[in-house]
Write a protein that binds this ligand. Structure first.
Ligand SMILES: [Zn+2]
Ligand SMILES: [Zn+2]
Length: 332
């Protein structure tokens, strides 16, 4: 029996640890409320900003986005390529502007997510619905299964990188500075913008929007889209999420071949992927090497599927989705 198939035979699981039991993560609820309140203030201040500040806020979307996609995701979480110290230093700065927790903590949660996708040990288990996978998981205490999985895995390679260690030691103060204060200082120093205008628009509003774009990978790209590479898995090919998350929505491929630096099958001409373009550009100037791809593995997988199809063996049935599951029973 295929292991992944065995996993989905157990669905639906008993959800044992959620908000109804009062397991609220109050510090995070207060922080996320602050993030959204300051973003609303930012939205009200957009009309008062100079064009330079609006361009700066817009540019901080891919800049901070690359800190997540190119940096903590494809480099540190998955080791899908190797990078020069200069690039790693730049990516640490970009990652801090994105302010999504330290590289160490983000990569730890993400490796647990890949290893235990759609189980109780998955930090943002999408079988618990869109809101939980999107941001609800941050608002409750971690499921004990997630904590246990994190304790049992080895993350020593992350701390072997001095840049990751330094950023972890400065967490959260450096990230809060780079996310909120630095954009305001740059705008007021270089083009005379009011500090608080840039603080709220290029800082708070841009931060909140990019946060939701990242969260869409865990929610929308785990629930909506095609499954050409692994019909049994939840992660899906979602072009809209790819636009938002600078190339990170090709998620069925990514979960099948997480070591692929492109996180997608095709080139950038047919699949929007500025993160891949950035890694390729860095490779062209010698800052990146040893880019891994899943293409050879997929050629074998596709050939096997074609042989099965020719022999009349049907594809396995996709697992039930949350809206197909009611009261602990799958609706047939
Ligand atoms: Zn995922
Ligand atoms: Zn990943």
């Amino acid at each position: 029996m295929d292991l992944s198939l065995q996993m989905f035979r157990d669905i639906p699981k008993v959800v044992s640890y959620h908000y109804k039991e009062g397991n609220f993560n109050w510090p995070m609820i207060i922080y996320i409320s602050f993030v959204h309140t300051t973003a609303i203030i930012g939205a009200l201040k957009v009309a008062q900003c100079s064009p330079q500040t609006l361009i700066w806020a817009f540019l901080l979307w891919p800049i901070s986005g690359f800190g997540i996609t190119v940096g903590v995701h494809r480099l540190w979480s998955h080791r899908s390529y190797e990078a020069h110290f200069i690039l790693r230093f730049f990516l640490v700065l970009c990652n801090s502007i994105a302010n999504q927790g330290s590289i160490y903590h983000w990569a730890r949660d993400h490796r647990v997510h890949h290893k235990f996708s759609e189980t109780d040990a998955d930090p943002h288990n999408a079988t618990r619905g869109f809101f939980y996978a999107h941001m609800g998981w941050l608002l409750v205490k971690k499921d004990p299964a997630v904590v246990k999985a994190g304790r049992e895995m080895d993350f020593s390679d992350l701390l072997a990188d001095p840049l990751v260690r330094i950023q972890k030691n400065m967490d959260p103060w450096f990230a809060l500075y780079m996310c909120y204060v630095m954009p305001g200082q740059v705008a007021s120093y270089f083009w005379g913008e009011d500090f608080w205008n840039a603080f709220f628009v290029a800082g708070a509003l841009r931060y909140c929007i990019v946060l939701h774009f990242t969260w869409l990978v865990n929610s929308a790209a785990h629930l909506y889209g095609d499954h050409p590479y692994d019909v049994l898995s939840y992660p899906a090919e979602n072009p809209i999420v790819s636009w938002c998350a600078v190339g990170e929505g090709w998620h069925n491929w990514h979960h099948k071949y997480p070591f692929d630096y492109s996180a997608s099958e095709y080139g950038v001409s047919s699949q929007f992927n500025p993160s891949r373009m950035f890694i390729d550009a860095c490779a062209a100037v010698g800052l990146v090497w040893n880019r891994k791809t899943g293409t050879a593995a997929w050629q074998m997988g596709r050939a096997r599927r074609d042989r099965d199809a020719a022999a009349g063996i049907p594809l396995p049935k996709a697992p039930p989705r949350p809206w197909e599951v009611q009261e602990g029973k799958k609706v047939e």
